[in-house]
Design a protein around this ligand. Structure first.
Ligand code: TPP
Length: 330
């Protein structure tokens, strides 16, 4: 966590690169294991969207809140969820953040401020609004970051949440990770605006669109929005223009995706581009970045190995942690 200043220093830039690398390598390993048949289930790759998560979360404290969606690996890692517990949860193992009862679509790790991962499109926004209200009522300066996709901005809960967050001036930053597609539908075939941030005007809050391929631009815009929320000056709608490289869900053959568009976007992959920028700007040397990548790779290998060999929850755990303890109502 860094206090927002106009420009990120070298330490911040390297933190951004480190976390983006951890996400990229986790994702690559996870998809490889799925392809080889070692992992089943659903997986929604966030490759390409790394900086929409790390450049935002870099401004957050552990006790700040994050809400994310099924395509949430990058947000979960960026918020500081340890890789072993995270990977174990993805595999439904007892050592996971939710003892294996959440799975990849419902990862929760409140100790790290990751409050919920949702599978129902748009359902995270009212929860984030409630988290913002909770911080306001308790008089803390905690900020909630709510991540969602462009498709979610067409759901009623988006509009209701932005409205109330504005009326009550809640400390929530609504981060729309606009990857240009809602499942298999291109943005403009299902959405009335080119920029989701334009919708902020209807709710009297700042609406900002930022290039998600530029980690520093995202860092600056997120810093401003988060500082504003922390000062008690209300919510912001921050739209991060980004792209996803591996389809909606693992197995999606992307028949709807223009080949040239995908190729052009992948050629502009922000992770290697940021790496080259760090060297060109004299922030870091090749060997130092290689060392960061080697450490991240070792961490990912360790987490994968840990999770693959971890125990499934015991059948006696079936009904524990499912319902909250009964509260007496007078
Ligand atoms: C309420 C609801 N409607 C439909 C779906 C099916 N669905 C799952 S993901 C998705 C697309 C959402 O797109 P977007 O919000 O842009 O997020 P992205 O997957 O692109 O990150 C849809 C329609 C759902 N999960 N929930």
């Amino acid at each position: 966590m860094t206090t927002h200043t106009a420009e990120p220093d070298a330490e911040v830039l390297l933190e951004l690169f480190t976390d983006a690398t951890r996400i990229k390598l986790f994702d690559e390993k996870y998809r490889a294991l799925m392809k080889a048949g070692h992992i089943g289930g659903m997986y929604y790759s966030p490759r390409g969207q790394e900086f929409a998560a790390v450049s935002v979360a870099q401004h957050l404290r552990t006790d700040d809140y994050v809400v994310t969606i099924y395509r949430g690996l990058h947000d979960q890692i960026a918020k500081g969820v340890p890789l072993r517990e995270l990977w174990a949860e993805y595999l439904g193992k007892a050592a996971g953040t939710c003892k294996g009862k959440g799975g990849p679509m419902h990862v929760t790790a409140p100790d790290h401020g990751l409050m919920v991962t949702t599978g129902v499109v748009g359902s995270g926004l009212p929860i984030a609004t409630g988290l913002g209200l909770s911080a306001q009522l308790r008089g803390t300066d905690q900020v909630t970051v709510c991540n969602f996709g462009d498709g979610a901005s067409n759901i009623g809960a988006f509009h209701e949440s932005l409205n109330l967050a504005s009326v009550w001036q809640l400390p929530v930053v609504f981060v729309c990770q606009n990857n240009q597609f809602a499942e298999y539908t291109p943005l403009l075939e299902g959405t009335s605006v080119r920029h989701i941030a334009d919708r902020a005007a209807g709710y009297s809050m700042p609406g900002v669109t930022v290039d998600g391929e530029d980690p520093v631009a995202v860092w600056r815009a997120a810093g401003e929005a988060i500082d504003r929320a922390r000062r008690g000056e209300g919510p912001t709608l921050l739209e991060v223009d980004t792209f996803r490289y591996h389809g909606h869900v693992m197995g999606d053959m992307q028949k709807y995706m223009p080949k040239e568009l995908l190729e052009a976007k992948m050629a502009a992959d922000p992770v290697p581009r940021f790496r080259a920028r760090l060297i060109a700007d004299g922030i870091s040397a090749e060997a130092d970045l290689r060392a960061i990548e080697d450490r991240a790779e070792a961490e990912v290998e360790d987490a994968a190995d840990f999770a693959l060999h971890a125990e499934l929850p015991d059948v006696s755990e079936l009904m524990t942690d499912v319902y909250a303890p009964e509260v007496a109502v007078r």
